[in-house]
Write a protein that binds this ligand. Structure first.
Ligand code: P1T
Length: 383
């Protein structure tokens, strides 16, 4: 049989085959740190679990296939993946990063990696002419999230990747908000795709993890080398949970998108809502680009409620089905206040200049029935 190419089939089968010793359909949790060698250096492909582990290898092959490549590595968290990538650069290198990023990414770059001589410029890359303006001789990497967290700006991946190639640097797309089902940055020319698999890939709010994919064997070897040195690896149980989750990724993402569309439209009509940010609304400034670059518009919505921080806080305290919590991408709907929670590590003046109002609410729309979700927000908005 020709090897499968469709996403849903790859999600269930890529990287996995029945266990040779027992026939177990599910890849076992190989809870081992080391591997027996028949003679020094003569082994079955595994020597030590920091370097390689069969459960991890299955997850890596699976996620790589979903991102359209054969080169993938999984990590202990999204932040572990980010740190490991950055170890491929050196003091004096300059990185252009989109201005609206996860607060933890901003904190890692400005508070940790800058101490090692890496220099970062945070730039609004919805305007790509800014790339030329911020480029330096030492620019080595362009780092984007699209949609960005939490303002859901859309950045043109193809154009960024082309610019990076032309200017002798790499491009990286943090694809966490989309999952491999809705967007494939490598196919659009990016050198790296990164995920916090804690989110849609894990999908059940029960595992923390990260992933990096690339189409370049050379970049893969570099990241693998650095991962083995840093030890930023996931345990086999976490790999098993993520691998179990990718099997339902396609249908989960479809329902996330359907529910989010209904809720975004409802919010858009609500008189207590000042502004709704959702790439699927025609009012979104990059709606056209989103329609071309993404398969659908995702499950994340940000909105500003009339009445500022106090009203936002009240709303978040009153929800009953939505959970007031950080993170996203799980089966259950989550609601949070970026200024106080996920993006608190970004200084207040920078948050303000970016447009992350104190009253900006971010929701991760889950898989509950959309009528229950709408009713929950409706009662929470009331005095
Ligand atoms: O939490 P971790 O698995 O380490 O992933 C970090 C990360 C990376 N990239 C993006 C786009 C992210 O949103 C995150 C984590 N974000 C949250 C916890 C959040 O609530 O936004």
């Amino acid at each position: 049989m020709k090897s499968p190419e469709k996403f849903e089939t790859l999600a269930i089968h890529a990287g996995q085959s029945p266990d040779p010793t027992t026939g177990a359909i599910m890849t076992p949790i190989y809870q081992t740190s080391t591997y027996w060698q028949e003679s020094p250096g003569k082994h079955k492909g595994y020597e030590y679990s920091r370097t390689d582990n069969p459960t991890r290898a299955a997850l890596e092959a699976n996620l790589a296939a979903l991102e359209g490549t054969k080169y993938g590595l999984s990590f202990a968290s999204g932040c572990a993946a980010m740190t490991t990538i950055m170890m491929g650069y050196q003091a004096g290198d300059h990185i252009i990063c989109c201005d609206d990023v996860y607060g933890g990414t901003y904190r890692l770059f400005t508070k940790v990696l800058s101490k090692f001589g890496l220099e970062f410029s945070f730039v609004d890359l919805t305007d790509l002419s800014k790339l030329d303006r911020h480029k330096k001789k030492q620019t080595k990497l362009v780092w984007i999230e699209t949609p960005t967290n939490p303002l859901l700006k859309i950045i043109d991946i193809k154009q960024v990747a082309q610019w990076a190639k032309k200017n002798g640097c790499h491009s990286l797309v943090d694809n966490t908000f989309m999952s491999p089902y809705l967007q494939n940055p490598l196919a659009l020319g990016a050198d790296y795709v990164l995920h916090s698999t804690t989110k849609y890939i894990g999908g059940h709010s029960d595992v923390v993890g990260g992933f990096i994919g690339t189409t370049s064997e050379e970049l893969f070897k570099l990241v693998k080398f650095n991962q083995n040195n840093l030890g930023a690896i996931p345990g086999p149980m976490d790999c098993f949970l993520s691998l179990r989750s990718t099997k339902t990724l396609a249908i989960r993402m479809e329902r996330h998108c359907d529910n989010a569309k209904i809720i975004a439209n409802w919010l858009n009509e609500h008189k207590q809502v000042e502004k709704v940010i959702y790439p699927g609304l025609s009012s979104h400034p990059q709606h056209q680009l989103a329609s071309e670059q993404m398969k659908d518009f995702g499950g994340m919505i940000s909105f500003v409620i009339r009445g500022g921080l106090e009203k936002a806080r009240q709303t978040l305290e009153k929800v009953k089905i939505f959970s007031l919590a950080e993170s996203l991408g799980g089966v259950e709907s989550l609601i949070e206040l970026p200024a106080i929670m996920t993006h608190a590590s970004i200084p207040a003046d920078i948050r303000k200049s970016l447009g992350i109002d104190d009253g900006l609410i971010r929701i991760s729309v889950g898989l509950e029935h959309h009528e229950d979700l709408v009713a929950d927000l409706d009662q929470a908005f009331r005095e």
